[in-house]
Design a protein around this ligand. Structure first.
Ligand SMILES: *[C@@H]1O[C@H](CO)[C@@H](O)[C@H](O)[C@H]1NC(C)=O
Ligand SMILES: *[C@@H]1O[C@H](CO)[C@@H](O)[C@H](O)[C@H]1NC(C)=O
Ligand SMILES: *[C@@H]1O[C@H](CO)[C@@H](O)[C@H](O)[C@H]1NC(C)=O
Ligand SMILES: *[C@@H]1O[C@H](CO)[C@@H](O)[C@H](O)[C@H]1NC(C)=O
Ligand SMILES: *[C@@H]1O[C@H](CO)[C@@H](O)[C@H](O)[C@H]1NC(C)=O
Ligand SMILES: [Ca+2]
Length: 575
């Protein structure tokens, strides 16, 4: 199967699984007890760990919270057996105190990494999709920035594509916001008690559901973070999930002439989009940097079987009509926007929601991944509900339920209360169709509409050619890495990675470091240099730099100076 279609590539659905090589690396760490040397980005004021023990933490937690486990980690790695949501664990972590706490009243758990050398920062990392589990891997990345790292299991244990756990209101509300809210509130108190010193700065980094969580908590409590790095936020839950079901209705049954029912179709369409639209942004570089220009000009008939001379994976006329629906905003019959359409250049990711779990198995109308589960569990339609029963009334019902009970959606646009305190860097990949990037842009636009010029505290960066949260198609190879949620562990040294590899772990190339500089030193972030690497061997353990390019504050875009090396960021400027 082509790279990119697996759940492993879709952050909304799943954390990357540890592959064989990572597993080998992992065991090398286990055997050697190795600990990678970490260069701290900022001077560290050494705070000695006081007492990393179960009895100490038990003595400082309030009633209603159980301390499950406390471990002083000196071997560079940490593992929590039985974590099905986040089964990959960090290696190369500094010496730290790992703690697992359980709020037994509301029934959620959270984990903390408290480094022995603490620089007084506090970092909350986000979750993905509807996954249940503590995200230790990204806490391991986070703790390498020198602060405490925290993550919650969001109140349940579950793997990819599974929403069947959401059978009580408490579990739904835990996933929506309560688990993270309670975890951060208590986590901050515990950190300050443990070190006997106040937290100086509180940060957030998350993508996908993690992006939604970041926005949600800023909206719930403007004092929760000083800085938030928000990736591809799945912020509009009550509309995103009905949109998924709508996509299914456009494609069922599998056998219909209009159904987008095999992966070859998506590759063919993506290649044609690249062919027609690459140069529309002024530079032929396999990257579509102006999808809006593509939207104006793209001629989909070129891939039709009755028109194209190339009959490989060609499209029926009816299939091209389905693609047009995909690209178009989903608006109900009474004219209300539900969800922005898919972006030109995102076609390889359409498979995430459109391909069936089992090819051509229409027996239960099974679409991949979430398959009507939001309606069945979050909306209490019952386990027998099928996406073929979907109609626009589900949207109104989802809105009503979310507003009344669950409140997962982060759709407050006036962030005035946060403006006086914190900064936001938000980003989205222009080739993302797991959380279609236009809906991320739409959130930003609505915020501008609500608040006017927001550049003093909120900056949005589009990443041309990037898929959902990380990665880029093989025939695009766009610079995408900026050290944001989930990114660094996609490339060697994988589970022990942090920031941007090959020495680019600085505030010009790492968005979290850039955010810290903005918050702490007032250095405005006007561009972030994204990187793309080549693997140098089949084992995928070594990389070299391929190309770098600045990402610009929306609506500015990167323009080539017309003469320099296009793979060098210095040949580009934001305007
Ligand atoms: C347990 O969680 C609930 C919901 O987040 C919160 O209101 C409560 O304060 C938490 N208890 C403690 C002791 O943190
Ligand atoms: C025909 O389309 C296939 C699938 O997109 C592609 O791999 C192949 O290169 C194309 N052939 C020609 C002659 O353009
Ligand atoms: C629309 O869908 C809902 C949920 O499946 C169902 O209860 C309702 O009867 C449907 N309405 C129409 C007009 O089909
Ligand atoms: C956002 O606003 C810009 C500027 O007004 C506009 O060009 C763009 O189409 C908008 N995009 C979305 C997705 O709303
Ligand atoms: C990286 O890969 C690209 C595309 O395959 C190739 O054109 C380029 O020469 C490679 N660069 C290096 C430094 O290996
Ligand atoms: Ca281009």
């Amino acid at each position: 199967m082509q790279r990119g279609f697996g759940v492993e590539d879709d952050a909304w659905l799943s954390r990357p699984k540890m592959d064989l090589l990572e597993m080998m690396t992992f065991w090398v760490f286990v055997t050697l007890g190795a600990c990678l040397a970490t260069s701290w980005p900022f001077p560290v004021e050494r705070r000695q760990a006081t007492d990393c023990s179960l009895s100490y933490f038990t003595s400082i937690v309030p009633a209603g919270v159980r301390v499950e486990r406390v471990q002083h980690v000196t071997t560079g790695f940490f593992v929590e057996i039985g974590n099905i949501g986040y089964p990959t664990f960090p290696t190369g972590i500094p010496e730290l105190c790992a703690v697992i706490l359980n709020n037994v009243t509301s029934n959620y758990r959270f984990g903390m990494f408290l480094p022995d050398d603490w620089n007084s920062r506090f970092l909350t990392v986000g979750s993905y999709a509807f996954l249940g589990g503590i995200n230790w891997l990204e806490m391991g990345v986070g703790v390498k920035y020198g602060g405490v790292a925290l993550s919650t299991d969001t109140g349940h244990s579950s793997g990819a594509g599974d929403i069947s756990w959401a059978d009580t209101t408490q579990k739904q509300v835990n996933w929506a916001y309560q688990a993270l809210q309670g975890s951060i509130n208590l986590g901050k108190i515990l950190a300050e008690t443990y070190y006997g010193q106040q937290i100086t700065y509180s940060y957030y980094s998350g993508c996908s559901t993690g992006g939604r969580q970041g926005l949600k908590h800023i909206q719930l409590d403007p004092n929760v973070f000083d800085g938030a790095l928000i990736g591809a936020p799945a912020w509009d839950t009550k509309h995103l999930m009905p949109w998924l079901s709508k996509l299914a209705t456009w494609n069922l049954p599998e056998s219909a002439p209009y159904s987008l029912n095999n992966a070859g179709l998506f590759s063919r369409l993506q290649a044609e989009v690249l062919k027609q639209c690459d140069s529309l942004d002024g530079v032929e570089d396999n990257i579509i940097s102006s999808p809006s220009a593509c939207r104006q000009q793209f001629d989909i008939t070129k891939i039709r079987c009755d028109i194209s001379s190339n009959k490989t994976s060609c499209w029926t006329k009816a299939q091209t009509e389905t693609a047009v629906k995909m690209y178009t905003d989903y608006v109900t019959s009474d004219g209300k926007l539900v969800y922005k359409g898919s972006e030109y250049g995102s076609e390889l990711e359409w498979a995430t929601y459109l391909l069936p779990a089992v090819a051509n198995d229409d027996s239960q109308n099974v679409r991949r991944n979430f398959d009507g589960q939001y309606e069945r569990y979050f909306m209490d339609y019952g386990t027998g509900w099928q996406t073929t029963s979907y109609n626009d009334s589900v949207v109104r019902d989802a809105e009503a339920r979310d507003e009344r009970i669950v409140q997962a959606t982060a759709d407050q646009f006036d962030l005035g209360a946060f403006r006086n305190r914190g900064k936001i860097i938000m980003y989205g990949g222009l080739a993302d169709n797991v959380v279609p990037v236009q809906h991320t842009t739409y959130y930003y636009n609505r915020t501008v509409e609500a608040m006017g010029d927001i550049g003093d505290f909120f900056r949005y960066f589009q990443i041309p050619g990037m898929r959902h949260c990380w990665g880029t198609p093989d025939n695009v190879k766009a610079p995408w890495m900026i050290g944001s949620a989930g990114q660094s562990v996609q490339r060697p040294p994988y589970a022990s990675a942090w920031s941007v590899p090959l020495g680019f772990n600085d505030a010009r190339h790492d968005a979290l470091l850039a955010l810290m500089n903005w918050v702490e030193k007032g250095q405005e972030v006007s561009q972030i240099i994204a990187s793309e690497f080549n693997f140098t061997d089949v084992t995928m353990q070594n990389i070299v730099l391929y190309r770098q390019r600045p990402l610009c504050v929306y609506p500015k875009t990167a323009k080539w100076n017309g003469k320099g090396n296009q793979n060098d960021a210095a040949s580009w400027s934001c305007c």
